[in-house]
Design a protein around this ligand. Sequence first.
Ligand code: SF4
Length: 256
Amino acid sequence: MPETSIQQAAFQQGVSRRDFLKFYSMMAGVLALPRSYMGEIEKALATPARLPVIWLEFQDCAGCMEALLRATQPTVSQLVLDVLSVDYHETIMAAAGNLAEEAKQATIDAGGYLLVIEGSIPVGEGEYYCTIGGKSALQQLNEAAANAVAVVAVGNCAAYGGWPIAKPNPTNATFVSDLVKDKPVMNLPRCPYNPVNLTAAVVHFLTFGELPAMDDKGRPLFAYGDRIHDNCPRRGHFDAGEFVVAWGDEGHRKGW
Ligand code: SF4
C-alpha cells in the first residue's frame, strides 16, 4: 500500500485545498450524489489506498488514452498515474519486453486491480491480431480479467466494437461485455470517452467499494441516465407542444 493518499500526492503537486474542495464538489455533482457525500469522498481520497490499474489496448487508435493524458481537470493523470499506479500500459510504462510482462503478471497474481480495456478484441479466425508476448488479445483479456475487481471498457471500440467491428469486420472484432461475463463490466462509450467519467467511477469505487449503478447497457447512470433534452429549461414547452416556428413569432416572444 502506498504511503501517500491521493489527496496528499495532489497537495505535493501544487493542488490547493481550495482546488480539492472544488474537485470533491465536482465529483459529487458528476456522480449525482448529495453534497453531503463530499465528506465521504474526501475521506476516501485522504486514505492511502492501493487500486492498481492494468490498462490493455487492443484494436484502437489510442485516442482514449490520449484523452486521459490530456485531461486538465481534475488532474486525472496525477490521480490515476501517480497514486493509483498503472502497473501495465504499453503506451506509457517505462518497462518493455519481459520486464513489462512480468510486472503485469505480478499484478494479476496479486489481484484486486481495476482492468481498463481500450479497443475491440479480435476473436475467432482473427484472434491472433494484437498478439503481445505470444498471447492473443483474447488470452490477454481473459487472463487479466480473472483477478480484476472490475473491468471498465473505455470508448466505443471497447464498449460496442467501434470502427473495427464495421462490416466486413476482417478481424472478427467484438467488445468487452461480449466476452467478460463473471465480473462487473462498466461501459464508458463515446469516441473518445470522457475521462472525467472514468475519474468519477474510480472515485466512486474508492469511496463505496463498488462501481456506480449502471443501466441495461452497462453505462453508469450518473453519466448516461438522463438526456440533455430532459434537463433543458425549455422542456416544458416541448411537452406542451409549444414551439417557435419562425423568428419573432408569438412563441419566440413568449420564450418557448
Ligand atoms: S473509441 Fe474512438 S478514440 Fe477511443 S480508441 Fe476507439 S476510435 Fe480511438
